[in-house]
Design a binder for this molecule. Structure first.
Ligand code: PRP
Length: 221
């Protein structure tokens, strides 16, 4: 697959592969799943912030010198796609305690795999800010694109959206690149493929269930 220019993949370091090895193991405990996926989230979120625009800022150092630095051009906001996207919030709040966070509740129909929007609650002035869209799993991309539609309806500019995914399928990435070519995507892994049942391979199972402990079946899609 040729990766579109708006798709960014974390460097596939041994460290990152070791973290993935823990969370992809069907025998992984819930506690290990949470701690290790959060470590990948930290890498993803720092890389996502790096995709936003910065403005020059000078500061004086304790010894009276000037450091010619940078600061975010606008404060980023975050929006999590409930439920799995909420798993990224704790890490983000540790990094940026004052960040404003909106919620969009989207669930896939268990049979059709089509996304259904149930609820949204976004900061009033979200249209004026870049948005980190937190959605760990990009399979068919239906859920993520439905969430992007909500943001666009609210006035957020497409080029100011960074979609943050733990795993992404080649099909999902292609669909986002085709339908929303101006947003940015950061992922820690491009999976081999999507099955006919819309599960990623090799995948991680049902992220939400494994992170929140709502099932003990790590092998479930
Ligand atoms: C899962 C996952 C993503 C979505 C990805 O959510 O957490 O939100 O499917 O699939 P897609 O790219 O094909 O839309 P699900 O609806 O199962 O809800 P959950 O977050 O509660 O697990």
């Amino acid at each position: 697959m040729t990766t579109a220019p708006n798709v960014h993949v974390l460097p596939q370091t041994d460290q990152l592969r070791a973290l993935h090895t823990v969370i992809r193991d069907r025998a992984c405990t819930q506690q290990d799943f949470v701690t290790h996926s959060r470590r990948v989230f930290r890498l993803l979120l720092e890389a996502a912030l790096d995709l936003l625009p910065f403005a020059k800022k000078e500061v004086s150092t304790p010894i009276g010198a000037v450091y010619e630095g940078l600061e975010p051009a606008r404060d980023p906001y975050a929006v999590s796609v409930v439920r799995a996207g909420e798993a990224m919030e704790t890490e983000l709040r540790d990094m940026m305690p004052g960040i404003r966070v909106g919620k969009i509740l989207i669930q896939r129909d268990k049979q059709t795999k089509l996304p259904h929007l149930y609820y949204k609650h976004l900061p009033d002035d979200i249209a004026d800010h870049p948005v980190l869209l937190l959605e760990p799993m990009l399979a068919t991309a239906g859920s993520a694109l439905a969430a992007v539609d909500v943001l666009l309806e609210q006035g957020v500019q497409e080029e100011r959206i960074v979609l943050v995914d733990l795993l992404a399928s080649p099909q999902g990435l292609q669909r986002v690149a085709d339908e929303r070519p101006h947003l940015q995507i950061i992922t820690s892994s491009i999976e081999e493929r999507l099955t006919e049942h819309a599960f990623m391979l090799p995948g991680i199972g049902d992220f939400g269930d494994r992170f929140f402990g709502t099932t003990d079946s790590g092998a479930r899609p």
